[in-house]
Ligand binder design. Structure first.
Ligand code: FAD
Ligand code: 2HG
Ligand code: ZN
Length: 473
């Protein structure tokens, strides 16, 4: 059987949900088996992937997840784990009729140790609500991204989400102290440690971080939460060239040192999306490139002094042409939302071809220029922005609707370009359904073979998120 939507993809040899299965699910999760109005669960955030799931299961506890998976594994029913459904690579919706297992109702906080800053919570907690909760305890969450109002912490961990604070706090591989996951056969793997240090055997939790629902369902996580910074400032700067962006980065690392907490960039075409599609106003005049710098620390006057010395220096040397600084929360929020809402703004153009790559900084913006030249007037726009402080470029192209001609012109050219320049074809969004067959552009054959062996050990019947992450060949 092939999908009407994806004619090249063949359905795996899985069972189909029958009435008797529904009756079992209803017994295991009374009142929490959905079979109607599933559009929201079947459509991804970008509206480019559409599943045909007939059932959504909404467990509340680890034991319930275990019972469902044990049953599905016995019946060879394929499943797709789903958190906030904000993933950008088609990993969170079904390809055929896989059963959606949603963490929506797994949203309890289990414990908080205020001294060590260790939070333990269920996987379905929404990122922004964790931030609110921690804020009351003068703590913060070490990961922050534009989708915080909907994404779940389990989804963040499953995708190893990066976001705008990675520069300061490092990746989830360092900040997740422990996790609990349920394997395909229903076995609960308890790695929910709250210790900072624990060198006892292989660090299995790392395998689940970034596994995109293919190795197990994450049911709880333990996170290292830093102190909430007392003072935050944001500078929004304009400059003439991408080389200036890099010079500003170098200077900011030197002059802002430990208070630097984010370094983002946007090109002028990205600003056009903010203006035209989101009706936002830039706080400064028009420039070819913009930089957003955030400082966070424990002493406002110390940080502001550092920031003003830094600004004086970069304006004096001419690498920055113009800029504005915000210290009050509303103005800070306005500047951040201009950056964080670009993904939303792009959707107004129609169809969005989304790429998220890592590149060495010397070749970073070269890809945007190469794509602009290659695509010419075939697309509405080609924009480059992202977490330049982490070497992570968000390259987006748009057109009024999906076009195979455009797609064939972009891929595999873009992925070849990235591989030839020693980059990664997915910096932070993962491979999901859309990018899995390009894995060899970034990983060796032996590495992929080992990944397949691991998958086989964790999920021998391949019921967990099939057609995702691992390549077809
Ligand atoms: P979903 O979309 O529901 O799922 C994502 C993947 O994880 C799927 O493969 C799913 O099967 C799996 N999964 C979900 N929950 C579990 C679980 N409990 N156990 C096992 N597997 C699970 N990403 C970044 O890295 N940085 C950003 O700055 C960033 N910004 C974004 C901004 C916007 C506006 C949007 C829409 C997305 C952004 N993303 C970003 C994408 C990012 O991957 C997600 O927002 C987030 O990490 C996914 O969480 P989710 O709960 O929505 O997961
Ligand atoms: C961001 O950093 C997200 O805003 C989304 O990772 C990036 O949509 C994108 O290109
Ligand atoms: Zn990003």
């Amino acid at each position: 059987l092939t999908s009407v939507r994806y004619p090249d993809v063949k359905r795996g040899n899985y069972g189909s949900v029958r009435d008797s299965d529904l009756a079992t699910f209803e017994r295991l999760l009374p009142g929490r088996v959905l079979t109607d109005s599933l559009d929201g669960y079947n459509t991804d955030w970008l509206k480019t992937c559409r599943g045909a799931s007939q059932v959504v299961l909404r467990p509340k506890s680890t034991e319930e997840v275990s019972a469902i998976l044990k049953y599905c594994n016995e019946k060879k029913l394929a499943v797709v784990p789903q958190g906030g459904n904000t993933g950008l690579v088609g990993g969170s919706v079904s390809v055929f009729d896989e059963i959606v297992i949603s963490t929506q109702l797994m949203n309890s906080i289990i414990s908080l140790d205020e001294i060590s800053g260790t939070l333990v919570c269920q996987a379905g907690c929404v990122l922004a609500s964790l931030e609110d909760y921690l804020s009351n305890h003068k703590l913060t969450i070490p990961v922050d991204l534009g989708a915080k109002g909907s994404c779940h912490i389990g989804g963040n961990v499953a995708t190893n989400a990066g976001g705008v604070r990675l520069l300061r706090y490092g990746s989830l591989h360092g900040n997740v102290l422990g996790l609990e996951a349920v394997l395909a056969n229903g076995e609960v793997v308890d790695c929910l440690s709250t210790l900072r240090k624990d060198n006892t055997g292989y660090d299995l939790k790392q395998l689940f971080i970034g596994s995109e629902g293919t190795l197990g369902i994450i049911t709880a996580v333990s996170l290292n939460c830093p102190q909430k910074p007392e003072a935050v400032s944001v500078a929004f700067l304009g400059c003439e060239s991408f080389q200036s962006v890099l010079d500003i980065f170098k200077e900011s690392r030197q002059k802002l040192g430990e208070v630097l907490s984010a370094f983002e960039f946007m090109d002028s075409q990205t600003m056009t999306v903010a203006k035209e599609n989101l009706k936002l106003r830039s706080p400064i005049e028009d420039y070819p490139f913009y930089v957003l710098i955030e400082t966070s620390g424990s002493n406002g006057s110390h940080d502001e002094e550092k920031l003003s010395q830094f600004l004086e220096h970069v304006m004096g040397t001419g690498i920055v042409q113009d800029g504005t600084v915000a210290t009050e929360p509303t103005k800070i929020q306005n500047i951040w939302s201009m950056r964080e809402r670009i993904a939303e703004g792009l959707m107004h153009d129609g169809y969005c071809y989304k790429y998220d790559v890592s590149l060495p900084l010397q070749s970073f913006y070269g890809l945007v220029e190469a794509m602009r030249e290659r695509m010419g007037t075939m697309v509405t726009r080609v924009i480059g922005y992202g977490h330049v402080g982490d070497g992570n470029l968000h390259l987006n192209l748009t057109s009024p609707e999906y076009s195979t001609e455009v797609m064939d012109k972009i891929e595999p050219f873009l992925y070849d370009w990235v591989a030839n320049h020693k980059g990664s074809i997915s910096a932070e969004h993962g491979l999901g359904f859309k990018k899995k067959n390009f894995i060899y552009h970034s990983k060796s054959k032996s590495a992929v073979r080992l990944m397949k062996d691991i998958k086989h050990t964790f999920d021998p019947n391949m019921i967990l998120n099939p057609y995702k992450v691992l390549p077809d060949f």
